[in-house]
Write a protein that binds this ligand. Sequence first.
Ligand SMILES: [Cu+2]
Length: 281
Amino acid sequence: MKPFYFGKSSMLLSIMAMALIYSLTGCGNSTHNQQQEGAVDTADALVDITALTKIADTTLTDKKISVLVQDSLTSKNETIYIQITDLEGNPVTNTNLDYNVIMDMGMMSHGGPYYPLVDLGDGIYKAEAVFIMANMKDMGKGWILNAVLNKTDSLSFLLPVSEAKFARTIPVGTKEDGRVFVSLLLPNEVKTGSQTIDFTLHKMDQEAFPPLDNYTVEIEPFMPDMGHGSPDNKAAVSKGNGRYSGTVNFTMKGPWTIKVNLFKKGEKVSQEELVFPVEVK
Ligand SMILES: [Cu+2]
């Protein structure tokens, strides 16, 4: 199968995307998804909620639930914050919150990879989901975050997910795991020098998108305009829960690409080389 980038806006690609997802999930209307077990991630426990952008909210009789993001949501691995306050704006803690994400495409719906909620305290919860495609005009409601509060109140938030400027989540065929979604967590613009490079890997299993460990994500930074790469890069290795971390070195400013191949036991197992553009400032 040719490489396919989800979420292009032309009608032809829309139809292809729909047909592809339909055939891959093999299920027309399921909203089922499977939440993966995960270790508590406290790396960004000190999130500045006032610096975030609210994209949706709803008010219950005694609570207000807000959905916040860094800037906006695009078709990639994204972090979403859910804030619960009382009607005066004071944090409400000790709530039981559960969630999933689905994409309503009109004639069908499908899920995407997502991680368990992390309770950051002060009524703030961190969700993380991979939007494997962008919302499409005139095709259903698009991505929806469904939350259940204290096992009783069901809430639905429409998520405005637009096309990522640079591809950050790309599907690739593999030997053993079928189609694998490779998500690069690097921002569009980075600084020169050696830095951490993180990926997440998820496969499609019926309607669920379980994380994949036991791969090595080989990276090769390249400057297409100048025809050179860089030394001292380290392949991203598994940290568990589908998360991978390595080191990338950008030796000068300008447009770079990162070529990515998946390896298992020293053997290349991805069917095509993936190319992620990065602007080095
Ligand atoms: Cu979709």
